[in-house]
Design a protein around this ligand. Structure first.
Ligand code: ATP
Ligand code: MG
Length: 564
């Protein structure tokens, strides 16, 4: 069954791993410590998986440890439900932080003390310039900023104001604590960045203890330093923040000196990985929830039937680089397909059933045939399937007037029924509207198991289910949630939602073995794709999600698009 086995750690080399190796070789580092630092303001997505595999993977490969640290400095956006979901998803992906679960909020007192330390050294000041004015004073990329009048306050005044900020004397947004660096710096992040803001808000962990909160920029590097993180790995957008982090580390009595390295975030075609947009998708009802199988969240991918090993394999294949790029959907689907091909049991299911009666099969008799569970995995064994006079095949596998390249069933033609017999179509039965409702066929008893002793060949092998024991099912076929490779590039991202992202099919039939399928277990419907039982299922109502089709339809679609 699609298992949650432990990470396959045959990882490739990349520039970050090279840096870690060089640090170890030179003795600059003895124990490698990394961390994955999510903000608990949404669910983890496939982009986070890249970061998780990188951070936890490096710790594993170099015998170090990786912390899970919640960057919970933004109490108005955070929620305990997100913290719980994040822990569940990291574990599901196959990683373990052991006892190293931390929160930036664990360090609020230490961070506060360090803020006072900066004030005492004349390196931070309280600014009560109104926000709009402060923004104007910041300058632009081409013009230097202007010093705030508050920059010249004495240490005593600053300490007094900062303590009163903390004591709750001032309303939200009326004052901030800023680092005193350089308003003329070419790097905007060094133009006296905000370190603390006033926010009278209850925090999920610290409750009402604080009404001032550190900014991400102030909390992040110091949290790394407290935890002894040696390699602080983040995405490229923080490259310009590194001089600020280094400045803070240099001026504070921190217990260790983390170094930050930046890599390119994962961008995936047809996919949005902004938590803000994912939140909108959920809240505006465009999807059924954070775990809707069309969502790129780990919860959505899990519900869709993607095994964690496929995510790890994908991340291994795309590698880690310093240049931004967009990964093709085909590459993602390949990784999923390749992983499932190795582990998913094969089953038979018919999505659009067409009845087929075998006229020379004795009424009421059944044969028990042997079907292979997974040709890629001999240890998966075989199972028994019952065959009888009435079966169902896929409507698409029959054409009354087939064009030249259609090799499947047609009047007068012989094909193989998988694991069963050769059959020949003798007659087509239609309803009053001219719609084909039944095929009358004959079978060749000498071809049991699917081979003709006389060596005669057929052009096609069809899957089928037996009418006597087939189980009804609903099947949800998922397509890309967005209709264009770069959603939102031309305006509102919601305008690019695809109307065809979900095709819900009823009246499907599956072989009886699937009646005992487990939620979260992904199987291959032979000749169709990979499918997974949805948690919406009940014993009376089976619902399957398509994880991914068997063929690489995306490569084809795109080739056609390019050719246009
Ligand atoms: P937001 O979009 O809300 O700013 P985020 O996606 O950066 O948030 P965080 O919770 O801050 O979310 O991310 C945690 C970690 O995951 C960060 O270190 C971040 O660099 C990394 N990460 C986020 N998105 C990606 C991505 N698409 N590819 C690789 N790493 C990512
Ligand atoms: Mg972020």
């Amino acid at each position: 069954m699609a298992s949650t086995d432990t990470p396959d750690s045959e990882a490739g080399r990349d520039f970050i791993r090279d840096i870690v190796q060089a640090d170890l070789d030179a003795g600059r580092v003895t124990d490698v410590v990394t961390r994955f630092p999510p903000e608990p303001n949404g669910y983890l997505h496939i982009g986070h998986a890249k970061s998780i595999c990188l951070n936890f993977g490096i710790a594993q490969e170099f015998g170090g440890r990786c912390h899970l640290r919640f960057d919970d400095t933004n109490p108005t956006k955070e929620d305990q439900a997100f913290l719980d979901a994040i822990e569940r998803d990291v574990r599901w992906l196959g990683f373990d932080w052991g006892k190293h679960l931390y929160h930036a909020s664990d360090y609020f007192q230490q961070l506060y003390d360090w803020a006072e330390h900066l004030i005492e050294k004349g390196l931070a000041y309280v600014d009560d310039t109104p926000p709009a004015e402060m923004r104007a004073q910041r300058g632009t990329l081409t013009e230097p900023g202007q010093n705030s009048p508050c920059r010249y306050r004495s240490v005593e005044v600053n300490l007094d104001l900062f303590r009163r900020m903390r004591a709750g004397e001032f309303p939200n947004g009326t004052r901030v604590l800023r680092a005193k660096i350089d308003m003329a710096s070419g790097n905007m992040n060094l133009r006296d960045p905000v370190l603390y803001r006033i926010l009278h808000a209850k925090h999920p962990r610290t409750g009402d203890a604080w009404c001032i909160y550190p900014t991400y920029d102030f909390a992040h590097g110091q949290s790394d330093a407290i935890e002894g993180v040696t390699h602080s790995i983040c995405t490229l957008e923080f490259e310009d923040h590194r001089p600020l982090y280094d400045w803070l580390i240099q001026h504070l009595p921190v217990p260790s000196q983390p170094h930050q390295y930046e890599f390119a975030r994962l961008n995936l075609a047809y996919t949005v990985l902004s938590k803000r947009v994912l939140m909108r998708l959920v809240h505006e009802g465009h999807v059924a929830g954070w775990d809707d199988p069309r969502m790129p969240t780990l919860a959505g991918l899990r519900r869709r039937g993607v095994p964690p090993a496929a995510l790890r394999e994908f991340v291994r294949r795309i590698g880690v680089a310093k240049a931004n790029s967009v990964v093709d959907i085909a590459q993602w689907e390949h990784a999923v397909r390749d992983t499932l091909n190795r582990i998913a049991p094969r089953r038979m299911a018919v999505l659009r059933p067409l009845k087929l009666v075998i006229e020379n099969w004795p009424e009421g008799e059944t044969a028990t045939l042997e079907a292979v569970n997974n040709p890629e995995d001999p240890t998966a064994g075989t199972r028994e399937v019952a065959f009888g006079r009435e079966i169902f095949i896929e409507r698409d596998d029959f054409m009354e007037n087939p064009p030249r390249k259609f090799f499947r069933l047609a009047p007068g033609r012989e094909v193989r029924l998988r694991y069963a017999y050769f059959i020949t179509c003798r007659e087509v039965v239609k309803d009053a509207a001219g719609q084909v409702v039944e095929l009358r066929c004959t079978y060749d008893p000498a071809t049991r198991g699917g081979d003709a002793p006389d060596g005669r060949r057929v052009q096609a092998t069809l899957h089928w289910v037996a009418a006597a024991d087939a189980v009804p099912a609903e099947v949800r076929l998922y397509n890309q949630l967005f209709a264009r490779p770069d959603p939102g590039a031309d305006g509102d991202v919601m305008a690019d939602l695809s109307p065809e992202s979900l095709e819900a099919m009823t009246g499907c039939l599956v072989e009886p073995a699937l009646a005992s399928a487990q939620v979260g277990e992904t199987v291959q419907f032979e000749r169709i794709g990979y499918f997974c039982l949805d948690p919406d299922s009940t014993p009376e109502r089976l619902v399957f999600n398509r994880t991914v089709g068997l063929r690489d339809t995306w490569a084809k679609v795109q080739a056609t698009e390019r050719a246009r």
